[in-house]
Ligand binder design. Structure first.
Ligand code: ADP
Ligand code: MG
Length: 734
């Protein structure tokens, strides 16, 4: 007996020859093909409007045969056939067949046909050469299996027409046995959802538009539901390992530190801190996402939470996304803590602690010393980059993991540190300055509670942003004059470039004789060159040194190819005001905090995303003086300029995040491992499906909450296992 057909059955056992072209489109299993949802549907009662068809494009049209003529061929034997089809709106299209054979009987005037081909022009007429077609209808001449319902149109599969794809789907649907449904019956009943088997048929072979919509909604809901269930299960399993409660200890380090603070906490900071300390008192591990607007003061909050944990006997790890940021955190926390971070040292506080730092570029001895401080518990706080801490550090008693500026990491990374603690879960605090729209928060951080700080400390000065078009040389020139003026007033300036560049890069246009017009005149002037070379740090540094207005300034550079020592020295020099202008790549994007920096020039600004520009800009206006951000761009496309204008028009991070999300694809939002090679998200759009995600979130968390092991939901369990395995395989392949 043949094996039962399931969603995992290979297509080649069912569709024979079509399996080869389908595999080219990565459609290998029954599931792959059935999740290859129609791109759109045609109404069989309504011919396609031909005026919308683009030339050279593969099209699928529904039309009526107007007439057909057969002509003897002059050059060779046989006859050709030209049929004219019309769309009922006055537009005609010619179908040309170089052999009339078989078509004469089918293409009879008055018949409605479904045609697939590529539009071309010939003799002033639009035509399809050798298209494939099916005759619709119920009569004996009908060659189509499509009924009265909407006709599915599939995205292009090389060497297959949409009709052939539909035929393969038809074979598969007939072969397929009842499939297990990952959505529990009760949830289906609640929303009136059809069972999976039916939904798959309804989405590919709907009898009505209503049926098609219903099925599609169900499949979309399933994507959201399964994703939420996966997050819920993950959360359940980590909750199953209790955390050590870390209640505040009055009068200890946290309190002493608060007394030392030169400022009052904002209301937002107070509130978030209260939420965190509340979490820390419990045996349920904290999973909190702190979203705080750029410059809202997240570090102090995190530091207070860490001290809290130290006070009750634990250690805290602070994971930074870059080495520059790790070093800066170490330096600024050590400074803020003062004597409190000098335990065991002369003049240090008796019940103080130590802050250890781990970076990739420390000397072996230095690293050993810091590792020892972590392992012995002498260091209450261990700061480092994600990779380093995750891989190498032993803690005496890790109680809290703070992940700073996590806006590019999937769910997996957060879990890695849990393994560091035997028998107990550490509490986790994830901080991000990229405001995360609700749907993304629910999808990527669906397993976390959220705290939000929108307020920035009072007295903070506003940032003004302008777009400077590279082709307006007077403005470009003015920009560099502004830089020089800012420095003259005692301010400091960041100049951000999209790449590092090479020592031997050609000089910027204008070369050494950069006169009025400025060094960055951009090659955008010649309009054909739309991929003008991006400006590199090394190039721009050189140009600024040669430009009259900026030549006397103290210019430093910072980028990823430098040795860590150099980077650190430069940051320190910029921090202490010994460098006026820092030309850098986006290494300064997150977290870097130099209050005296008041101006930023972002070169080739169109190369950066909205959130990234907002982040970058957040490096200025952190002190008491207002900030000025100049976005230089030679982009000509209106879309890029619109993006820059949007960034210039508001400093509301949430507003910008919404805009940003609307412009991105889901994979970018969720990260590679979330989306995977074969993303489980086909229909779901984080930007548009907020309501649906909210419903799925509630249902999934309830189902998992009531039945953490999913004993009563083996189909859902199996689906989660399948996705896990797929993701693991994807990660393995790299
Ligand atoms: P972000 O949330 O972007 O990480 P930081 O934590 O780096 O912001 O804080 C930005 C700056 O604001 C730091 O210099 C910090 O010392 C300062 N700061 C934090 N909280 C306050 C406050 N309540 N009042 C005044 N300044 C503050
Ligand atoms: Mg920060």
């Amino acid at each position: 007996m043949a094996e039962r057909t399931t969603l995992d059955t290979k297509l080649r056992t069912i569709v024979a020859k079509a399996a080869t072209p389908l595999a080219k489109k990565d459609l290998v299993t029954v599931r792959d093909l059935l999740e290859f949802y129609p791109r759109t549907y045609l109404d069989p009662a309504r011919p396609t409007d031909f005026s919308t068809l683009g030339e050279g494009e593969p099209v699928v049209v529904l039309a009526d045969v107007q007439h057909a003529v057969t002509r003897k061929m002059r050059q060779r034997r046989g006859s050709m056939l030209i049929a004219t089809i019309q769309d009922g709106l006055g537009n005609a299209l010619e179908l040309t067949f170089f052999s009339a054979w078989g078509h004469e009987k089918a293409l009879v005037p008055g018949r409605r046909i479904l045609v697939s081909g590529t539009v071309s022009h010939y003799g002033g007429k639009r035509q399809l050469t050798h298209p494939e077609y099916e005759v619709l209808g119920t009569g004996a001449k009908a060659t189509s299996t499509f009924g009265e319902g909407p006709i599915p149109v599939y995205s292009q599969v090389p060497a297959m027409t949409s009709m052939k794809v539909a035929a393969a789907v038809d074979l598969v649907l007939h072969a397929l046995a009842e499939v297990p449904d990952p959505i529990p019956v009760a949830v289906r009943a609640k929303h009136g959802l059809p069972p999976l088997s039916n939904a798959l048929t309804m989405v590919h072979q709907p009898r009505s538009t209503q049926e098609q919509r219903k099925a599609r909604w169900r499949m979309k809901f399933q994507e959201a539901f399964v994703l939420q269930a996966a997050l819920a299960v993950m959360r359940q399993s980590s909750d199953a390992v209790p955390a050590v409660p870390r209640p505040a200890v009055p009068g200890a380090l946290a309190d002493q530190f608060r007394e030392r603070l030169p400022f009052e906490l904002t209301q937002g900071q107070e509130q978030v801190l209260a939420e965190i300390t509340g979490d820390l008192e419990r045996t349920l591990p904290m999973h909190r996402l702190l979203q705080g607007e750029v410059g809202s003061g997240k570090t102090v909050v995190a530091l207070l939470a860490m001290l809290n944990v130290i006070d009750s006997g634990g250690q805290a790890a602070l994971l930074a996304p870059t080495e520059v940021l790790a070093v800066q955190h170490h330096r600024s926390m050590t400074a803020m803590l003062g004597p409190l971070a000098e335990a065991g040292m002369l003049g240090g506080s008796t019940d103080g602690t130590r802050v250890a730092l781990l970076t990739g570029s420390q000397s072996a001895a230095e690293r050993r010393r810091n590792l020892l401080m972590a392992a012995s518990g002498e260091a209450g706080i261990v700061v480092g980059t994600h990779a380093l801490i995750q891989e190498h550090v032993q803690f005496a008693e890790l109680g809290l993991v703070v992940v700073d500026e996590q806006h590019r990491f999937g769910v997996e990374q957060r879990d890695a540190l849990r393994a560091k603690v035997d028998g107990a879960s550490p509490h986790t605090l994830v901080m991000t300055a990229t405001p995360i729209p609700r749907t993304v928060a629910m999808t990527v951080f669906g397993d976390m509670e959220t705290s939000t700080m929108t307020e920035v400390p009072s007295g903070r000065q506003p940032i003004t942003t302008h777009v400077v078009r590279g082709d307006q040389s007077t403005w470009v020139q003015r920009t560099w004059e502004r830089v020089a003026e800012e420095v003259a007033k005692g301010g400091q300036v960041y100049v951000v470039c999209p790449r590092i560049g090479q020592d031997d890069d050609p000089d910027l246009p204008g070369g050494t004789d950069i006169g009025p017009g400025g060094p960055i005149t951009f090659e955008g002037n010649d309009a054909e060159e739309d991929s003008a070379p991006l400006h590199g740090v090394l190039q721009v540094e050189r140009a600024l040194r040669e430009l009259e207005v900026t030549a006397d300034l103290r210019i430093g550079i910072l980028h990823g190819r430098q040795a860590a020592d150099d980077k650190e020295a430069t940051m320190r020099a910029f921090g202490s005001g010994e460098i006026d202008v820092l030309v850098a790549t986006t290494v300064i994007e997150v977290g870097v905090d130099v209050p005296n920096a008041t101006q930023m020039v972002i070169i080739d600004a169109d190369r950066f995303g909205i959130s990234q520009l907002h982040q970058l800009r957040g490096r200025i206006g952190r002190g008491t003086k207002p900030g000025l951000c100049l976005l230089m761009s030679q982009a000509a496309e209106s879309q890029s300029l619109e993006r820059l204008d949007a960034v210039a028009s508001t400093t509301d991070g949430f507003e910008l995040a919404r805009l940003d999300l609307a412009q991105r694809r889901e994979g970018d939002v969720l990260g590679a491992t979330q989306s995977g090679a074969r993303s489980s998200l086909r229909l779901l759009r984080l930007t548009r499906d907020e309501d649906l995600i909210t419903l799925a979130h509630e249902d999934a968390w309830q189902v998992v909450g009531e039945d953490p092991d999913l004993t009563n939901h083996p189909e859902l369990r199996a689906e989660l296992d399948r996705i896990d395995a797929e993701r693991a395989a994807f990660l393995e392949r790299g």
